[in-house]
Design a protein around this ligand. Sequence first.
Ligand SMILES: Cc1cc2nc3c(=O)[nH]c(=O)nc-3n(C[C@H](O)[C@H](O)[C@H](O)COP(=O)(O)OP(=O)(O)OC[C@H]3O[C@@H](n4cnc5c(N)ncnc54)[C@H](O)[C@@H]3O)c2cc1C
Length: 525
Amino acid sequence: MPDHQFINRDALIQTIQQEEKVWDVLVIGGGATGLGVALDAVSRGYKTLLVEQSDFAKGTSSRSTKLVHGGVRYLAQGDVMLVREASVERGLLTRNAPHLVKNQTFIIPIYNYWDRLKYTMGLKLYDWISGKLSLGASVFISRKKTIESIPGIKTEGLLGGVLYHDGQFDDSRLAINLVQSILENGGSAINYMRVVDLLKSADQKINGAVIQDEETGKKFHIKTKAVVNATGVFVDAILQMDNHSGKKTICVSQGVHLVLDKTFYPSEHALMIPETSDGRVLFAVPWHNKVVVGTTDTLVDEASLEPHALEKEISFILETASLYFTKKPERSDILSVFAGLRPLAAPAEGEQKTKEISRSHKIIISTSGLFTILGGKWTTYRKMGQDMVDCIEKKLKWRHKKTTTASMHIYGYVEKVNWNDPLYFYGCDGIKIRERMNGTANEWISESLKIHKLQVQWAVEHEMARTVEDVLSRRTRALLLNARESIRIAPEVAKIMSVGLHKDEQWVKQQVEDYTRLANNYILN
Ligand SMILES: Cc1cc2nc3c(=O)[nH]c(=O)nc-3n(C[C@H](O)[C@H](O)[C@H](O)COP(=O)(O)OP(=O)(O)OC[C@H]3O[C@@H](n4cnc5c(N)ncnc54)[C@H](O)[C@@H]3O)c2cc1C
């Protein structure tokens, strides 16, 4: 892999300013789905541009449970094909981005003989479905071993546990590395660039888009052969740009996670509770030296880039976690609370209930030729990209070209990972960052979160970070790991960024104010 170039957003904008340029594929949305589509398209040699209205992974893609998984839950629902697809993708991602995907053991505590039989057999099937790409065999472990592994667990009636393997990852870091892979393979991807309108030919076929630079307000007219709507819970807004009288296709459900100190759950194994008091699945997953607990499933009125956790979701997670944790967590113990949104199929008229859009993805082609892709999971982002580009080739009668993403190393790839290195998630860039630290390796801006001045500079120069939030939420994970600490270091981060971005004191002040306001929503008072 060559040394990565300095990413200059202005230079990228230059490439889209050339009026005569016709792109093959324009992708709207810089979350998992859009990035998967764009990487697949560049891997086949198509001229590809991806635009994201905010920062890459600002939406749901930085707010997941951080699992790269086949989906034990879907197996319980009998969806073997989906589990097979996701298990294969889990294996491919583990191979292609080993610096970000960890083989994680999970334990399901068992309290009755029926569950023992069900989960032992079920997880054997789970192992078998993933075949050669399995991350390790599942086993039943004794009561004693379960208690040793999860010291706080409720012991009354405990028979033992089923231990199995799945993947665990850093979602927004993967998104940033995918952007770097897209650029490295000759594509373009730009953040803070919003699609504000679609352009059509005389016969009403989509042949371009109007995009607006959210930093300057400047608009550009883009010519393209295909437009992909990969905007997650915002798909309807783009569908309505295409057809103003289009019906609502989705409504939105929210999932909340709480982040706690490791002392509440001092285990190297993740915990999977397949059926909580109200029938939901709950995970407690060790992540960057903390533990992430979630998630919930609550209908909300509208899609937003900054959804707010509801009180009842927070209480539900705290109560359920208390049954399994060493110490009972209180509201004041929560280091950060974050919410993500999933699309649900909108109910037909007269219908009351909503149905989740299949965890397997869905592609819609409108009469004007707009390609929309939604549903799926982070784990299957690559396959979703492949299916979308296959579909474009077929619909537009392009000669089929083979994707290379199944074996493509994602930017940052390294063969050996030291998970104890605080810079491990940079993969191959970790060495370069360390070299530049040059005698200041222990001078962290945040000692507890292990964030160094050099990481902030690196994010500006090599990872297209434009705001303090980009650095503290998605280039590092400070906002999710400890929102209060992230507010404390925001002024220093803003100052460092202002040098690289050539900004003045006023910018620094505004950034700190904006960030503090936002981060306060991740803190419970
Ligand atoms: C609570 C929760 C937990 C989950 N946990 C897991 C997990 O552990 N493992 C797993 O595999 N999957 C998980 N998922 C699923 C996974 O996170 C999603 O499938 C995935 O992130 C969706 O990505 P996306 O790109 O479709 O949407 P998003 O990430 O929301 O991206 C859409 C993007 O489009 C942009 N956009 C919108 N309008 C415009 C416009 N006009 N112009 C330009 N850009 C625009 C938005 O700003 C946004 O960034 C979870 C989902 C939820 C809700």
